[in-house]
Design a protein. Sequence first.
Length: 127
Amino acid sequence: MAKKEFMFKGKTLDELKKMSTNEITQLLTARQRRSIKRGFTEQQKTLLKKMSKNKKNIETHCRDMIILPEMVGTIVKVYQGKEFVSLAIEADMIGHYLGEFVLTRKKVAHSAPGIGATRSSASLSVK
């Protein structure tokens, strides 16, 4: 069975890469359109410049960068709050933010309460 070709709002990846940024913004949601219309920040501009030069080991704190078609196929290290996490950008990530794929919070896993943790723990037998 043949692999299904990627489509974003009726456009293939090759068509998206040929489009200008203004044409791409018309396909995005209102929040992303507004963000791009206001212009990229200096951090976002330097990130795009590094990606266009195909540099390796790109590290960024810019979690609010919208993933554009020209970024597809690159690997970016996004800051998680403590360390940089590698993120391989794929076609189905277009229109999302970098920070959506690198979570900053861990799952909380509580263990059993310690002695003296609560009033009821005083009645437990200690072995």
